[in-house]
Structure formats: structure tokens, C-alpha cells
Design a protein around this ligand. Sequence first.
Ligand code: ASP
Length: 311
Amino acid sequence: MTVEAPSRTWSQRHLLDVDGLSRAKIERILDLAVEMREARASREYRSLLETETVGLAFYEPSTRTRVSFELAAKALGATTVDLHLAGSSVLKGESLVDTLRTLERTGVTMLVLRHGAAGAPHLAVRTTGMHVLNAGDGTHAHPTQALLDALTLRDALGSLDGRTVAIVGDVAHSRVARSNLHALRTLGALVRVAGPTPWVNEFDGWPDVEVAPSLAEALDGADAVMTLRVQTERATKDAVSLDDYVRDWRLDDSRMSLANPEAFILHPGPTNEGVELTAALANGPRTLIGRQVENGVPVRMAVMALLTGAA
Ligand code: ASP
């Protein structure tokens, strides 16, 4: 494996996915996030983005991602503006491009975009001059989620090199899983995916990815298990019944005993209580779910600072 020097220069103006980021760049983001996490209370970074106006355009529901992007922008001194879709011209039929151009003309310099269509952030890059951060596009990518997951795992495990991470559930419809597959492998982990066949078979043959035929084989010796929300809004043709899912794939105490006894549990949220995992596991001693949420703000601060050249 080539070991790159830590990257001190930053060339990207946008964050559309993690697949374009080298290991050195991912580590630069995570290291800066740790610095920012430690210094956040001291408001040391308060003026870094004071000339930026961050527009939050969420065309799909969100709690964690939207709130943490807003808090991250504010912690860096940026002005924020939230495009409240329910009261915006989108309801009058305005196209995505027209809305984005309007945001830019009103003074937005950095766009945080969540959209149901894969590629919407790429369209924003082509049609406007704003910095663009992908906050989740269709089933394609959710790069800041993967980065905060990587930071959470690095905090817990020390390093991802040689570690095994199992991703369980609705992998096919999960932009979180797709971005995590890139980030975790780039950081040296082996990734196992497991779930009902229509939700995992497309990953067969991916380098450094194993498709495990059963939950037992996915968990065997795993250092961490990431279970995913069953995306009932996306899984249409290949719908798997929730009862079948719970029977075969839900994480519970006895199934977790197949993993490394020290294995950590992650979930990007929101969880369907009792479907992807039991409440006892979600709130138990091995859970990192709360740490994932806490890492959302510093990771997004780091990304925003790097994209603008402020850090
Ligand atoms: N919050 C994550 C996303 O927006 C995961 C999920 O919704 O299941 O993709």
C-alpha cells in the first residue's frame, strides 16, 4: 500500500462524494474535525467563514444532517439561510436549477443540497458558481455521513487498517452505505455487506467487499456492525417484508454474540425501533449511534473550512 504524506493543500471546491478523495485527504478532514471538536467550545474558529453565506436546501426530510450543517456553518461564523420548501417557489413548480440560481443571486456562496435525485448536486456544480456540498442525493452518496462514521470508528478502534466492518440491511438503497464502502476501504478496512439478496447482490465482485450469505457469516469476528434503515420509501419492486427482515436480519443480543465481543454498533439514523436492531442494543454499552450524531458538527465544520480554503 502506498503511504501518502498528510495532505496540506486542498484543491476541491465541492464535496459530491468520497470516491474522489484519497486516504490522505480523508485523514486531513478527520484530523481537522478532531481539532475543531476540541476547540469548538472556545469559539476559536468563529471567524473562519464569516464572509460565506450557506444555503440549506433540503428537498427530502432530515434532522441530524440539516441541523448539524447549520450548527457547523454558524460555529465558523457563516450566515445561514434555510430554504423552507413548504413555503418556497418550489411548490409553484420552479425547477431545481432556477431555485439554485435564485439562491446564488441572493448571495448564497455555499450550497448544502439534499435531493431525491442522484446527481442533483452535480447539476448544481454545472449550473452555478457556489461551493456545493452533497447532503444526500437519491441512493447515490452521502459523503459527510461516511466521513463522520469514519471518524466515529477511528475514535473507537484507533485505526481502520485491517479491521472488519459489517454493513447490514438495505444496502442497495442506501447512499450512506455506498459512501461508506468507499471511505472504509480507502482507510484500510475490509467491508462485509449482508442483507436480503436483492439488497446486496450488486456488490458481488467489488474489491475488498465480501457479500456475506447470512447474518452469522457477516458478524463472524467483525469489529463493528453498521445496520441501515430499511428504506421503505425507496424499496418498491424488491420490497422485503418487515416481518421477514426482522426474522432474518435484525440485530439482537444473541446475534451480536457472533461478532467480536468488543464489536461496536452503528446506525446512521433515523432508526425504525425494533426493526434493524433492538432498543436494548441501540442504547447499550457497545453503541456508537450517539457518537455518530455528535461527530456530525465537527466533520461538517472541517469540510466547509477546507472547501473554501479557510483551513
Ligand atoms: N439519514 C440518512 C440519509 O439521509 C439515512 C437514512 O435516511 O436512512 O440517507
